[in-house]
Write a protein that binds this ligand. Structure first.
Ligand code: NDP
Ligand code: 8X3
Length: 250
């Protein structure tokens, strides 16, 4: 039975991915900072789900992660680097610098710590799959996307560069790049707990759901070992990459 490690399993995409992959027959290790949420998930998913408290910005915790995983959840066949966040939507000249640091530490540093920790064994076994959760924000600029978009551009390029280093190895890498998805805590976190502002982002919009993302990952994992999707961008039909804005009298 294949084993998957999903970061950011306490809500949103990560939680839906764990639910779908356990239903598909995988054994799943779910990590996040909020252990109570992971324990709740374990109650519904049972023994096929192993909750581990992990802050991806804590390098020494990641260094010792292997010691927290029992033998029956090893080796890790699939790493899903999903943990991430956006903080703030202010223009770069007004943004809170600590928000920027947190996004870089989580979306970039956390993702590369964990990848560096898990990848060598995949290479030794000549088998494995890393799925990174990027974003359309890594490709298309939007107002206030400044550092969040830049972290996701890093994830996109890092994913492509990983595949390049893995030339000749049977280890796969995909960067999944979703657009607007509701039903997660993404905007609640972005707006620092202003839940009315967060819910207004999704009002009257037929958005992508966490289950859509989980189903996409389930499909990726169902594909044969010779098949690699490098990048995969998706948006709700309600969203398009339209529009370069032009200001008059600048
Ligand atoms: P959620 O806020 O619902 O989920 C984020 C998850 O990341 C939570 O489980 C959270 O767990 C975890 N997380 C955040 N910081 C850390 C940390 N330091 N250490 C460990 N875990 C952490 O948002 P989504 O499900 O929407 O987002 C998941 C991913 O998808 C993110 O990378 C996001 O950038 C990306 N994305 C989201 C889109 C959207 O529109 N929703 C679109 C495109 C990409 P906890 O707080 O318990 O640690
Ligand atoms: C999340 C999608 O468009 O809010 O990455 O940046 S967006």
């Amino acid at each position: 039975m294949k084993i998957v490690l999903v970061t950011g399993a306490s809500s949103g995409f990560g939680e839906a991915i764990c639910q779908k992959l356990v239903a598909d027959g995988f054994k799943v290790i779910g990590t996040a900072r909020r252990f109570d949420k992971l324990k709740q998930l374990q109650q519904t998913l049972g023994d096929a789900f192993l909750p581990i408290q992990l802050d991806v910005t804590d390098k020494s915790a990641i260094d010792h992660l292997n010691q927290l995983i029992p033998d029956n959840f090893k080796p890790i066949d699939v790493l899903i680097n999903n943990a991430g966040l956006a903080l703030g939507l202010e223009p770069a000249y007004a943004a809170d610098f600590s928000d920027w640091e947190m996004m870089v530490n989580t979306n970039v540093m956390g993702l590369i710590y964990l990848t560096r920790q898990v990848l060598p064994e995949m290479v030794t076994r000549n088998s494995g799959y890393i799925i990174n959760i990027g974003s359309i924000a890594g490709t298309y600029a939007y107002k206030g996307g400044n550092v969040y978009g830049a972290t996701k551009a890093f994830v996109r390029q890092f994913s492509l560069n990983l595949r390049t280093d893995l030339a000749g190895k049977a280890v796969r890498v995909t960067n999944l790049e979703p657009g607007l998805c509701g039903g997660t805590e993404f905007s609640n976190v972005r707006f620092h707990g202003d839940n009315d502002k967060a819910s207004s982002v999704y009002q009257d919009i037929n958005y992508i759901t966490p289950q859509d993302i989980a189903n996409t990952i389930s499909w990726l994992l169902s594909m044969p070992a010779h098949f690699n999707v490098n990048t995969m961008e998706m948006m709700p039909v309600a969203q398009t990459p339209a529009g370069l804005s032009v200001a008059k009298h600048v």
